[in-house]
Ligand binder design. Structure first.
Ligand code: FAD
Length: 495
């Protein structure tokens, strides 16, 4: 029986392990943490449960198809529901907009709130869906680095359509050309943050993202976001995937430019040993893989120089009160959006006036907080770590966040926080080996970003593959699941 090793049990590592198991490999996943899931992880504290990482769930089919791959009913393992209200938006002037999942209703609400013609909004969403349909087969669902991709008619169609995809405009430039409402421009600009980029630099092709959220919908796993990784982990174990938790891969063993296994070490000074395999898949951050696991290979320049995506500073607050004006997803916009992104990407500093995102899973799953209380995940976008003073940044950000929320929610948050945890770029890197604590690998701020991202098949080492947020097609749960699928397909086609 052929053996495969997957380094890391992030969402892509879990998905890839299942796909390889299905192909008949004997699969071992090696994970340095004591828990599977990587960034998709949760903690419990004083009666509160907090999802530590992702909070927005789209395209559930990409999860359920993994159960279907083994002819199992996904419902037995993983339950989720559709959200009718997508997000509550708040602006500094006190105005509020509730974004709903019903596209017709959304257009009607948005045309009143933003004072824009309904026909313009409809056209924007239609074009957003078209952009997704055209680009997905090339940029998301297949490898960009294999000749085969370019020989398909779908790719030819995408290449033909390039002039209409607004690839060479920035997202902000495009949104300004579509709408006069500055608030609506800001609303649509925010979608660049879904892969950790700046709307003032990233291509307008990202205007395809709203169609995923607004036309296909957003979802909530009934047991919280961690249920995505937990259910896949238990399912993979059931199907025979072996997991070595609390073991770190210290080197990918290569013989004559071919991966033949990994050297591992148990945590807390455990002994080193070697596991041989026919295939090695790294789900660990690409930078970490090259720098630390392939010591004899010169790290390609693009890996060290590519701009990282944004990171996050997150407070997990147990709040001793319920806020009826908030829902699962809530955004409190900054006054000057452009300056916020200049701070993050040009000056590499935490924004002076950050946009605040609050996720409250207890709105959907009441047991996530004690009665009468709420579990707040409060996040601002910050740059990836490059040596900033994160203690100072955290203290200042906490003050700013509380001041802003107190004003807009007419409350005194400081008196309501009964428990606190936090994540910053340093902790994110410690927990998951993500270089600089970037949430989504590399940023999509340049038009070449998609082509520069690590290919799923190593160009240097035979039988070495990459999947996850820092490899093609990029970060975020849906793209990571695509990454796992592309990688598994490449492995299948070479065996
Ligand atoms: P990761 O989650 O990065 O896991 C990699 C795993 O490899 C880790 O478990 C790590 O311990 C392990 N590892 C690394 N090196 C080694 C080694 N040498 N040996 C053994 N194990 C190793 N995405 C969304 O879709 N929606 C969101 O709302 C969203 N919000 C986010 C909010 C936050 C705060 C964060 C942190 C991320 C968010 N993301 C979101 C991004 C999303 O979480 C990631 O893109 C995705 O989870 C990354 O998965 P991955 O497969 O790349 O692996």
């Amino acid at each position: 029986m052929k053996k495969a090793i997957v380094i890391g049990s992030g969402i892509a590592g879990l998905a890839c392990s299942l796909r390889l198991q299905k192909q008949g490999y004997l699969v071992t996943v090696i994970e340095k943490n004591s828990y599977p899931g990587g960034k998709l992880h949760s903690i419990q504290k004083k009666g509160y449960r907090f999802d530590m990482g992702p909070s927005l769930f789209t395209m559930p089919k990409l999860v359920t198809e993994l159960f279907e791959l083994f002819d199992e009913n996904p419902d037995t393992y993983f339950k989720y529901k559709k959200k009718e209200v997508v997000c509550h938006y708040f602006w500094p002037d006190g105005s509020r907009f509730t974004s709903v999942a019903n596209p017709k209703q959304w257009v009607s609400d948005a045309s009143i709130f933003f004072n824009e013609k309904a026909s313009k909004l409809e056209r924007y969403l239609k074009k957003s869906a078209l952009k997704y349909r055209v680009t997905a087969p090339l940029f998301i669902e297949n490898s960009l680095h294999e000749l085969k991709t370019y020989l398909s008619w779908k790719t030819a169609y995408a290449l033909l359509k390039i002039p209409s995809l607004d690839i060479f405009k920035s997202l902000d430039h495009y949104n300004q050309s579509q709408f006069k409402s500055v608030k609506l421009q800001q609303f649509f600009n925010r979608f660049a943050t879904y892969n950790g980029s700046s709307p003032y630099q990233a291509s307008a092709v990202l205007s395809m993202i709203p169609s995923l959220e607004m036309l296909q919908g957003t979802y909530f796993p009934c047991e919280g976001m961690q249920a995505i990784s937990q259910s896949l982990y238990h399912f993979a174990e059931e199907k025979g995937v072996q997991f070595l938790l609390e073991h770190k891969v210290t080197e990918i063993i290569c013989e004559q430019n071919k991966a033949t296994g990994v050297q591992i070490q148990g945590l807390n000074g455990g002994e080193s040993s070697v596991i041989h395999a026919d295939i090695v898949v790294s789900n660990a951050d690409v930078y970490h893989t090259y720098k630390h696991l392939l010591p004899h290979l010169k790290t390609p320049k693009k890996i060290t120089t590519q701009e990282r995506s944004s990171s996050g500073l997150i407070f997990y607050w147990g709040i001793r009160k319920e806020f009826s004006e908030l829902d699962l997803h809530n955004i409190f916009f900054s006054e000057n959006y452009q300056r916020e992104f200049e701070d993050i990407f040009e000056h590499q500093r935490a924004p002076e006036d950050p946009t605040i995102y609050i996720n409250i899973s207890s709105k959907e799953k009441a047991t996530d907080a004690p009665q009468g209380c709420e579990n707040w995940f409060v996040m601002i976008n910050v740059p990836a770590n490059s040596g900033q003073d994160w203690t100072l940044i955290r203290e200042k950000a906490k003050e700013q966040i509380i001041k802003k929320l107190n004003k807009l929610l007419h409350t005194q948050l400081e008196t309501l926080i009964e428990t606190e945890e936090f994540l910053d770029p340093i902790k994110i890197e410690e927990n998951t080996a993500a270089f600089g604590g970037a949430l989504y690998g590399t940023s999509s701020n340049s038009t070449q970003a998609a082509f520069l991202r690590q290919s799923n098949r190593s160009k240097h080492i035979k039988n070495l593959f990459f999947c996850g947020g820092s490899a093609h097609p990029g970060g975020g749960i849906p793209l990571c699941l695509h990454s796992a699928k592309i990688t598994a397909n490449l492995i299948e086609s070479q065996s």
